[in-house]
Design a protein around this ligand. Structure first.
Ligand SMILES: [Zn+2]
Ligand SMILES: [Zn+2]
Length: 424
């Protein structure tokens, strides 16, 4: 008998953490949930786990690992880019916590300790974690270094998708489907109730909108997530040959360096390098002043406009009717980006008073997650006898469960927080 317990990401998106008892216990991901005003943590791990496996570097999957290593001595497994990106994000989390006057959950020494217990695992190489359990990573196509985790115990196999993308995007080929058939799948459900618009159409509309903004004498502001989206947006823009300077600001710069370092894992490394090198990397306030001198494209964090350099740019441009905000990522409830899309208003200035901006704004659906269609297609190929749903909003889960059961006839379980599910 095996078991699976969600310590987070059960009927919610964020703080992924799952304990799989597969002969021995393994912790799959250990992330946090960033809310607009607070952070949610997964349930404590009080049991002895044999190893931790990280699917990818996004904080909702990796953010609490150094806290786990305050007391743990087991090995962790992840790809090299996941480790490189996580390291930057962990260090940044300490800075943000201190800046916001909150006590960080871990310190720099604990990040160093986390590195000591890490074992870097490449894609498509089977590693024996114990005598009976082996691990193999496959490219998940979600962000640089993201992995599908396949665990095998004797003749039984379990696949954890983490966040993945089946369709190809500008940067990634789409997830590696050579995993083949497995017995059990634990799958993300972010867009389990939705079909995405055609990617190429979205890219075209986005570039046209940026071009129109420049032509009308305005600034095209593109708030982006530092990991993945900022590199992808630069790649898309560079390919469209818009006649304007493109500025890159915020943490996307540090991440761009990691993308360049591991560009062999990218679909078209040359094109990405060209796009990143063509952009002007903003250095400090003088760089920002320069960007505001004449109409241009500003690609900057944060993606939901909650903080980061985008706030400074908006102070100058939010009431310029020629300029336009191009949102490119998921906008969480309670963030300025979400408020802008839902109500046409944003908190502004030091006192956070709510204003109706005069600049234009639009959201573009660049998703790094699979649509319902893509997930059904991949589940059909993996052909498991049981599916476990995680990483999706409460209202999405029953819709997706029903769809899987009615179209594929596979028994599907929605994981609930802290509730152990047994299976064999
Ligand atoms: Zn992710
Ligand atoms: Zn995620």
């Amino acid at each position: 008998m095996f078991s699976l317990t969600a310590h987070g990401a059960a009927e919610e998106v964020g703080r992924s953490a799952f304990v799989l008892d597969f002969g021995e216990k393994f912790l799959l991901d250990y992330g946090i949930k960033l809310n607009p005003e607070s952070v949610d943590y997964p349930l404590e791990i009080n049991e002895h786990v044999k190893a931790v496996i990280l699917s990818h570097a996004h904080l909702d999957h990796s953010g609490l690992l150094p806290y786990f290593y305050k007391k743990s001595e087991c090995l962790s497994f992840m790809t090299q880019p996941t480790l490189d990106i996580s390291d930057v994000l962990w260090k940044d989390s300490i800075k943000i916590a201190e800046f916001e006057g909150m006590a960080p959950k871990y310190n720099k020494a604990e990040i160093e300790r986390t590195h000591r217990y890490n074992f870097v695992a490449p894609y498509k190489k089977e590693l024996h974690l114990t005598k009976e359990v082996s691990l193999e990573f496959f490219d998940a196509g979600h962000i640089l270094g993201s992995a599908l985790t396949k665990l095998t115990f004797n003749d039984k196999s379990f696949l954890y998708t983490g966040d993945y993308k089946l369709e190809e995007t500008r940067l990634h080929k789409g997830c590696d489907m050579s995993v083949g058939k497995v017995d059990y799948v634990m799958i993300e459900s972010t867009y389990g109730d939705r079909i995405h618009p055609n990617r190429k159409d979205v890219e075209k509309r986005f570039c046209e909108s940026v071009q129109e903004t420049i032509n009308s004498g305005g600034w095209a502001i593109v708030p982006v997530l530092a990991v993945g989206r900022s590199q992808e947006v630069l790649d898309v823009l560079s390919n469209y040959h818009i006649d304007a300077d493109i500025y890159l600001d915020g943490m996307g710069k540090q991440m761009a360096e990691i993308y360049i370092k591991h560009s062999d894992l990218i679909k078209d490394p040359k094109q990405l390098k060209r796009a990143l090198n063509d952009a002007i990397w903003v250095k400090g306030q003088s760089g920002r002043k320069k960007a505001l001198k004449k109409p241009c494209i500003i690609v900057t964090t944060s993606g939901m406009m909650k903080g980061g350099p985008v706030v400074g740019y908006l102070e100058k441009l939010i009431n310029d009717p020629r300029s336009k905000i191009h949102l490119t990522s998921y906008q969480a409830e309670g963030t300025p980006g979400r408020m802008l899309m839902d109500e046409g208003k944003v908190p502004f200035g030091k006192d956070g008073s709510i204003i109706k901006p005069l600049c234009k704004y639009e959201k573009f659906e660049f998703s790094a997650h699979p649509s319902q269609e893509e997930m059904l297609k991949s589940l059909k190929a993996w052909d498991p006898k049981k599916v476990f749903l995680v990483h999706g909003d409460k209202k999405v889960m029953p819709v997706f469960k029903k769809k899987i059961e009615s179209t594929l006839g596979i028994e599907t379980v929605v994981l609930q927080m802290g509730k152990k599910i047994e299976f064999d």
